[in-house]
Design a protein around this ligand. Structure first.
Ligand code: TXE
Length: 479
């Protein structure tokens, strides 16, 4: 099935007639083509967005809200179709797409549809001066949203929904690896009555189509989620043009387990936080540190549970681990398993590609647990972004804090303990944007979301996203 760009409410082939193959990771076959859009396609998307801007930015909040909520309802009504498309494009189990990806995409539209009606700005009375300041939160204009392949529609809408709610018009690009649900979203937006040109979706490679978006002189803000190397490049291009930037990048998150935790809950959640979505979530707890007193018990129990996970075709109901997203990504993850061996890591389970009957060319890999000799080794420092976790013991709170913080990333951390004082101490000192205590990936859309260090700049989520997608203007009136 071929995909087209969605510009000004219509579907278009790329002007240069330049196409890229779209692969199904579950069987390694090409099942369609997507535009590799040129600068001219991006310019057309920009022109459509710019023309729609005066109307959309002046549209009443209740009307904007109504349309976004309608998009959300239509996504829910099309749950099965979208979940199937997401699973086919990405390789994730359809059960996951149905339970998480598509419902969350719908929640993004619903949440920001409501949030914008509650978004207020400040006023400051300057006492003694007989003056009042008030802040206007105005739309930025035309903004760019660029998203990755791991949670395709979920992260695409996480950016688009607040951008639109705040009154901007958008030029958006999903990952070229997983373009399908973004394409289908165009139809839904038309059906929901989103005015033409308010949202434009262009498909193509990062280095060409993405580059045209970030270089565009009149696209005033970029919200990007993806790899840290790409984020660095985008910052270099965008900073001299004074674009507003929100970068949500990689992670190498610690999962810190103390002996006093609720063991069963911790064990089950740790299997999830390690391997959900084939470990391809920037929030996965890929470095597991376990207090020495329960280390051997944890190792035995965890490995036993991981061995029970079923690697299989994404459409099968009992599949826990589907296919990795692409051949090149599978090769990257496999290369890290080799690096672990070279660094004297012990593969406690997994480590091998899996052949699924009938789908021999799919990109399947066993969930892999590596016991590492020290926390400095590459597999413990670099983002692998696959079904691979490292494991090592710790002896004291100070030790584990030091190891947890000794990576270049700082997105999230998970802490398992029932000791309140320790919880407070560590939560304060962990270098990350999010700390989960006795849980993982429990998300409340009102909370700030983002990372520190090489995990990015800026926060999205809740009013933070609405602040990002607006310009604050102070007005001072003396009376
Ligand atoms: O992501 P890219 P890749 C990590 C993970 C993964 C690594 C690389 O470790 O192995 O990043 O993944 C667009 N101008 N994460 O290479 O390239 C691209 O088209 C503008 C973590 O697949 O960063 C896609 O739409 N855009 C992450 C998007 O950037 C450009 C999720 C992300 O792709 C561009 C995914 C350019 N010059 C990978 N170059 C997370 N934080 O969740 C690329 N793009």
């Amino acid at each position: 099935m071929n995909i087209q760009n969605y510009i000004n409410g219509n579907f278009h082939n790329p002007i240069d007639n330049n196409w890229i193959d779209n692969y199904n990771p579950s069987n390694g076959e090409v099942y369609g083509q997507i535009p590799n859009s040129s600068t001219e396609d991006v310019e057309n998307a920009y022109i459509a967005a710019k023309s729609a801007l005066p109307g959309w930015s002046q549209t009443g909040l209740e009307e904007r809200s109504r349309i976004l909520i309608r998009v959300s309802e239509l996504l829910e009504a099309n749950l099965q179709r979208f979940a199937e498309a997401e699973s086919k494009d990405n390789g994730k189990p359809i059960s996951l797409a149905k339970a998480i990806d598509i419902p969350r995409a719908a929640s993004n539209f619903r949440f920001f549809g409501h949030a914008i009606t509650q978004f207020a700005s400040e006023s400051h009375e300057s006492t003694g001066q007989q003056a009042i300041n008030y802040t206007l939160r105005q739309p930025i204009g035309v903004v760019g949203c660029i998203s990755p392949w791991n949670l395709p529609l979920y992260l695409f809408t996480w950016k688009i929904a607040p951008a639109l709610a705040a009154g901007n018009c958008v030029v958006a690009k999903p990952s070229e690896v997983t373009p399908m649900t973004a394409y289908l979203l165009g139809e839904i937006c038309n059906e929901a009555g989103l005015p033409k040109g308010v949202l434009n979706i262009v498909h193509g490679l990062g280095g060409s189509t993405g580059q045209a978006i970030i270089e565009h002189p009149d696209i005033k803000a970029i919200s990007f989620t993806g790899g840290t190397a790409t984020g660095t490049h985008i910052a270099k291009v965008a900073a001299p043009m004074f674009k507003k930037l929100s970068l949500e990048l990689g992670g190498k998150n610690p999962n810190i387990i103390f002996a006093d935790c609720d063991y069963e809950d911790m064990l089950n959640t740790t299997v999830r936080s390690s391997f959900a979505n084939q470990g391809q979530i920037c929030l996965c707890g890929s470095r597991i540190f376990v207090e020495a007193t329960i280390y051997d018990q944890f190792k035995t129990d965890f490995v036993a549970k991981v061995k029970q996970l079923k690697v299989g075709h994404p459409s099968e109901a009992d599949t826990d681990i589907g296919a990795l997203v692409s051949k090149s990504h599978l090769d990257k993850v496999k290369a890290y398993i080799q690096i672990a061996k070279d660094e004297n890591g012990t593969i406690l389970c997994g480590g091998n590609a899996v052949t699924v009957n009938g789908y021999e060319n799919g990109y399947y890999l066993e969930p892999t647990v590596i016991e590492v000799p020290n926390d400095d080794c590459r597999v413990n420092q670099e983002e692998i972004f696959g079904p691979v976790v490292t494991l090592m013991p710790f002896h004291s709170e100070d030790d584990v804090l030091q190891m947890a913080n000794k990576v270049k990333y700082g997105l999230s951390a998970t802490l398992w303990t029932n000791n309140l004082k320790r919880t407070m101490r560590l939560s304060n000192q962990l270098q990350s944007g999010i700390v989960w205590v006795n849980t993982w990936m429990l998300r409340d859309l009102r909370t700030p979301f983002g990372g520190v260090k090489a995990s990015g700049v800026g926060r999205e989520g809740g009013f933070e996203a609405l602040r990002f997608f607006t310009e604050a203007k102070n007005i001072c009136i003396k009376y």
